[in-house]
Design a binder for this molecule. Structure first.
Ligand SMILES: Nc1ncnc2c1ncn2[C@@H]1O[C@H](COP(=O)(O)OP(=O)(O)OP(=O)(O)O)[C@@H](O)[C@H]1O
Ligand SMILES: [Mg+2]
Length: 230
C-alpha cells in the first residue's frame, strides 16, 4: 500500500483540527496502520533548548505510530501566535509551499501507510504573496478532511471552504462536526443542514468533551473510507 495523504483543515482557527487529527491517528493506529503526521507551519511556539516547539506538533508527534523527529513533524516553527506569513516576516523566515511539499515527499521513503497533515487556521492561509498553505495540499494531492467548528456562522464557513477545496481539484474525504461550545442552540437542525449540504461522508459528530484527547475523541470518529479500501 502506498502512502496516503490526508490534509485536515478547519472552518477556522480553533475548529478542532488538532483534536480530530489526534483521534484519527488513534483510530488508524488501532487498525494496525503505520501512521505519521505533519504540521507544516506552526505559528505560536515556545523556545526550548532544542529549538522552537509548538503544542499542536508535539501532540501530533506523540500520536504517530511511526517514530518521527520533531523537525520531521514540524519543519517550520514560528514564535509569534499570529498569521504565519506575518510571523515569518517578523522572524525572517521564508515560507515556501514548494519546500514544504518537498519536506513531506521525504515521507514517501519511510514505512508509513497514512499521513495526516494539519493545516493552520482555515483553508486559504497565505504563506507569502503568491502561495497559500492550500498549495501544499494541492501539491501532494491530499484528500481533505474538513473539521467544522460548530458555532453560529459555521454553515457559511463550511460551504465556502468546501467550494474552495473542490475548485482546487481536491477530493473531500469527509467532514466532522465538532461541538466546541456547551450550548449551541438547534444542534440537530445544524447537523441535518450539514448532511444536506455535503454529499461527502460525515466522519464524526463530536460533542463537547470534558477531557479532549485523541483517545477520548476517537470513539466519535470513523476513518475515511479511502483508508479502509486501500
Ligand atoms: N469537542 C471538544 N470538546 C472540548 N474541547 C474541545 C473540543 N474540540 C476542541 N476542543 C478544545 O478547543 C481548543 C481548540 O481545539 P484544537 O486545538 O483542536 O483546534 P485547531 O483547529 O487545531 O486550532 P489551531 O487553528 O490553533 O490549530 C483546544 O483546547 C481543544 O482541546
Ligand atoms: Mg491545531
Amino acid at each position: 500500500m502506498s502512502l496516503q495523504w490526508f490534509f485536515v483543515t478547519g472552518t477556522d482557527t480553533d475548529a478542532g483540527k488538532t483534536l480530530v487529527t489526534s483521534g484519527l491517528l488513534a483510530l488508524a493506529n488501532g487498525s494496525g496502520l503505520r501512521t505519521a503526521a505533519v504540521k507544516p507551519v506552526a505559528a505560536g511556539s515556545m523556545n526550548s533548548a532544542a529549538g522552537f516547539r509548538n503544542q499542536d506538533a508535539l501532540l501530533l508527534q506523540n500520536h504517530c505510530s511511526y517514530r518521527l523527529s520533531y523537525d520531521q513533524v514540524n519543519p517550520v516553527a514560528l514564535a509569534l501566535p499570529v498569521a504565519p506569513h506575518i510571523a515569518a516576516a517578523r522572524e525572517q523566515v521564508e515560507l515556501s509551499a514548494v519546500k514544504l511539499i518537498e519536506h513531506c515527499r521525504e515521507f514517501d521513503h519511510l514505512l508509513i501507510d497514512v499521513c495526516f497533515i494539519e493545516g493552520a487556521g482555515g483553508w486559504r492561509v497565505p504563506l507569502n504573496r503568491n502561495q497559500m498553505l492550500s498549495d501544499v495540499a494541492i501539491g501532494l494531492r491530499c484528500k481533505v478532511i474538513l473539521v467544522v467548528g460548530m458555532r453560529l456562522g459555521c454553515l457559511n464557513h463550511a460551504v465556502l471552504t468546501a467550494e474552495a477545496i473542490r475548485r482546487d481539484g481536491l477530493c473531500i474525504a469527509g467532514w466532522v462536526a465538532n461541538f466546541l461550545e456547551t450550548e449551541m442552540p438547534m444542534v440537530e437542525e445544524n447537523i441535518a443542514t450539514l448532511r444536506d449540504l455535503f454529499d461527502e461522508p460525515c466522519l464524526g459528530i463530536v460533542p463537547r468533551l470534558m477531557k479532549p484527547t485523541g483517545q477520548s475523541v476517537a470513539p466519535y470518529l470513523i476513518l475515511p473510507e479511502q483508508i479502509n479500501s486501500s
